[in-house]
Structure formats: structure tokens, C-alpha cells
Design a protein around this ligand. Structure first.
Ligand SMILES: Nc1ncnc2c1ncn2[C@@H]1O[C@H](COP(=O)(O)OP(=O)(O)O)[C@@H](O)[C@H]1O
Ligand SMILES: [Mg+2]
Length: 246
């Protein structure tokens, strides 16, 4: 099993094949010309990313702009390509034969015009089967980036409620949204734990849209704690450490 812990496609299937999680998991397929075309036609915007990726490496956004034009965004660059076949070829040239996936993009709300998503930490203690959300942080993408990974995009971090209050979804109830995210996150941890017995921590990347709809982007088995160390308030950081210790 070992290496499956970092296989995004495997973890996607675990979550997607659970009846009460299905609607929260963004539809994903392995990248083929056919699947690329199908998801792009259906959703207009897709994210292409490596099955074995981490830290935002290799994440590409493709958007249909109408009139046979496609916008490809990668790192902090953006180019326009004519034709879907050309667009697919361009991406293939970039990524070679590595295993990639294509995923529905969730249209994220913004803080200072930059999109954000969040990292949710779910843990259990050593001899307990009770999963608890111990940390939650809003990650805002850095200027020009689509990925919110803190180090890659030089983005900013916010505590959940204060981030929501200063965002383009300040009209949503932060408490209602938070409890919904917590419920979905705990359900995800329980589901994953059936496949990774003995594992006690998960870090979910969760997106929301303008209406407060939740979309699970990916599940991490080795989430960094550094996000929480960078917040002025260290409470969540110490809680995460406390759970890690037993
Ligand atoms: N389907 C998606 N919709 C919107 N944003 C996404 C999507 N997939 C990835 N992203 C953005 O790219 C970042 C990196 O993608 P992710 O799947 O978490 O891979 P990694 O392992 O590199 O962190 C996410 O944190 C998010 O900011
Ligand atoms: Mg991630």
C-alpha cells in the first residue's frame, strides 16, 4: 500500500466512491485526449495536475474562451491557444508521459481579487477512533497564480472566519459554512481511515464557490503544520502538535 498514500488518483477514487461524499468531490479523470475534451466541454474550466504531484507543482488550468480559443495558465504565466487539439498537444509536450489527471475546476471566491481555498486538518488521538478538526486555514493564491500552495505562489494565509469576512463571500454565514466543512472533512477522514488503518492525520484541500458549495480538491496524508506556525495565533498549531503526540 505504501506508495498509494501519495497517489492522488487512488485517494480520489476512495472519496468519490462513497455515497455521501460523492457530491463533494470534484469530478476527476485520468488525463487522456478524450477525457480532457469531455470535461472541458462540460465544465469550461478544468485543472490538469500530476497524479504524483505535491506543493502545486505541475498544476495547469485550462479555460475555454469561446471562438476556438483556450487560455492555459501555469505558474504565473498565461497563454492563449487556438483549437482544443493544439491545446492538448501543448500540454502533452509540457508534461511528457507522466501520469496526469484532469479535474473539474471549482470557481473559487477571492480575497483582494485573488482566489482562495483552504486546508483542513483532521486528526485522532492514538487510541481513539474519534476524528476531530484541529486546524483550518484559508490559503490565498499569490499574484498571478492559480495554486494557493503557500511556498510556490507566495500567497497569504488567514484564519477561517476573518478570511471569509474580508472575502467576496462575506455574505455567507461563516459559522454555517464552517460547520458544513467540518462535517464533510470528518466524513472524509473516516472514509480514508478504512484504507489507511493506523493513520491519524489528514490534510484536506477544500474549495468553495460563491454560493458556499464545497468541493474537495485533494486529500493529503502528510500535511505540513507550517501554515499554522505562520499564523499570528498559534492555538491551532499547538493543538495539532498535541494530537500528533498522542
Ligand atoms: N479543481 C480545482 N479547482 C480549483 N483550484 C484547484 C483545483 N485543483 C487544484 N487547485 C489549486 O491548485 C492547488 C494545488 O492542487 P492540489 O490538487 O492541492 O495539488 P498539490 O499536491 O500540488 O497541492 C490547490 O491547493 C488549489 O489552490
Ligand atoms: Mg494540495
Amino acid at each position: 500500500m505504501g506508495s498509494n498514500t501519495r497517489n492522488k488518483w487512488y485517494k480520489y477514487l476512495i472519496l468519490r466512491r462513497h455515497a455521501s461524499l460523492k457530491r463533494y468531490v470534484l469530478k476527476t479523470r485520468l488525463l487522456t485526449r478524450h477525457n480532457f475534451s469531455k470535461l472541458l466541454s462540460k465544465y469550461t474550466h478544468v485543472i490538469v495536475k500530476p497524479v504524483w504531484g505535491s506543493r502545486g507543482r505541475g498544476v495547469i488550468q485550462v479555460s475555454w474562451k469561446g471562438n476556438h480559443k483556450y487560455a492555459v495558465r501555469y505558474e504565473n504565466r498565461k497563454i492563449i491557444i487556438r483549437g482544443r487539439t493544439n491545446t492538448y498537444r501543448y500540454i502533452r509536450r509540457k508534461i511528457g508521459y507522466a501520469s496526469y489527471m484532469v479535474q473539474r475546476r471549482i470557481t473559487r471566491p477571492t480575497i483582494n481579487k485573488r482566489p482562495f481555498d483552504m486546508r483542513v486538518i483532521i486528526q485522532r488521538r492514538m487510541y481513539s477512533s474519534e476524528w476531530v478538526v484541529t486546524g483550518k486555514v484559508i490559503k490565498v493564491a499569490g499574484k498571478g497564480y492559480i495554486v494557493s500552495n503557500h511556498t510556490r505562489s507566495k500567497g497569504t494565509l488567514h484564519r477561517f472566519k476573518s478570511g471569509i469576512r474580508r472575502s467576496s463571500v462575506r455574505h455567507l454565514s461563516a459559522s454555517a459554512l464552517e460547520s458544513h466543512i467540518d462535517r464533510v472533512s470528518i466524513r472524509s477522514a473516516k472514509r480514508l481511515s478504512a484504507f489507511f488503518p493506523g493513520h491519524r492525520i489528514y490534510g484536506l484541500d477544500v474549495g468553495i464557490n460563491r454560493k458556499g458549495r464545497i468541493g474537495i480538491i485533494e486529500a493529503n496524508l502528510y500535511p505540513a503544520s507550517s501554515h499554522f506556525l505562520k499564523l499570528k495565533d498559534r492555538k491551532m498549531y499547538y493543538r495539532i502538535m498535541d494530537y500528533k503526540n498522542g
